[in-house]
Design a protein around this ligand. Structure first.
Ligand SMILES: Nc1nc2c(ncn2[C@@H]2O[C@H](COP(=O)(O)OP(=O)(O)O)[C@@H](O)[C@H]2O)c(=O)[nH]1
Ligand SMILES: [Mg+2]
Ligand SMILES: [Zn+2]
Length: 284
């Protein structure tokens, strides 16, 4: 039968298959493979021998945190407290786009007095789904639960934005400790590497891992960066050079679109900053 790996321990894999969780071992050959079995893997299991026989093709895979087949990344920012970090938000969107994961932006703590309308405008104009929530009293949770149903979803966002509170609200019980900073969590060993899938409704999984929150841009060259600022796509044809970096070139379609306010200036500025950062790291 087919199932999904929800937990990985040394030589033991918990597989959710047809309403049961089966603790399995892996067929010898699979253990030898360079790429190990990951949480999120769809697998073929033999129920009698409790053996994983085959890993089905992956949609995507991450090394840190170790997880496969993530459908969506819910990137959480707080309307305030902490102040939204749009650079971090854009980095996470870039990593999601690079890996074929749909980014969804969740503005939490809308009960607090803060103006977050420009964040909604900027990201909805690009075509991203933006939802607003108050984890504290459940506002927007129904919508969030609908969006993440029948999918594998990971939450990301810096410490204190309300990821644990949102998760607890979705499950309607305390599955994650609130107010616990990632620094605290990281003091425990292997926490950023620990990943587990929790099923909150049939076929709807939340990946519980602090690993997505601390990620830096990895494995992306400055050349491909513009591909993951998806709103640039419409205008790259207007650049004079096909190899345009959209930074110093004079006749650049992206820069023209920024000056005509077709592309958000803040997003463009963060693109430039990220580009320079990646380029600098490479030289170093
Ligand atoms: N006012 C308000 N506080 C919230 C909300 N969501 C979470 N918090 C609080 O913000 C703090 C951090 O939340 P937590 O879920 O631990 O954030 P995490 O670090 O992203 O997991 C906790 O004290 C929560 O009670 C919200 O919607 N409104
Ligand atoms: Mg937390
Ligand atoms: Zn250009």
């Amino acid at each position: 039968m087919k199932g999904i790996v929800i937990k990985v321990q040394p030589n033991l894999y918990s597989v959710k298959a047809e309403d049961k969780v089966i603790d399995c071992i892996a067929r010898g050959l699979l253990k030898l493979k360079k790429s190990p079995i990951l949480v999120g893997d769809m697998v073929q299991v033999d129920e009698e021998t409790r053996t994983i026989q085959k890993i089905l093709p992956r949609k995507n895979e991450f090394i840190r945190p170790p997880i496969a087949n993530v459908d969506q990344l819910v990137i959480v920012v707080a309307s305030t407290n902490p102040t939204p970090d749009l650079m971090l938000l854009d980095k996470q969107i870039v990593m999601a786009e690079k890996n074929g994961v749909e980014p969804i932006i969740c503005i939490n703590k809308i009960d607090l007095d803060a103006d977050y309308s420009s964040i909604i405008e900027t990201y909805e104009n690009i075509g991203y789904q933006v939802i607003t929530t108050t984890a504290k009293n459940g506002i927007g949770i129904d919508k969030l639960a609908r969006i993440i149903s029948n999918k594998i979803t990971a939450f990301s966002g810096n410490s204190g934005v309300g990821k644990s509170a949102l998760t607890n609200n979705i499950f309607n019980e305390e599955v994650a400790k609130e107010g616990e900073t990632s620094e605290k969590l990281q003091r425990g060993k292997h926490t950023t590497k620990h990943v587990e899938l929790f099923e909150f409704a049939n076929n709807s999984f939340i990946a519980d891992t602090p690993g997505f929150s601390s990620f830096e841009i990895e494995g992306i060259s400055c050349k491909e960066l513009a591909d993951y600022f998806i709103e640039f796509g419409k205008y790259v044809g207007d650049c004079e050079y096909r190899s345009c970096t959209h930074i110093k070139e004079l006749n650049c379609g992206i820069k023209k679109a920024v000056s005509k306010r077709k592309i958000d200036k803040g997003r463009y500025d963060r693109y430039v900053a990220l580009y320079e950062k990646i380029k600098g790291e490479k030289k170093w």
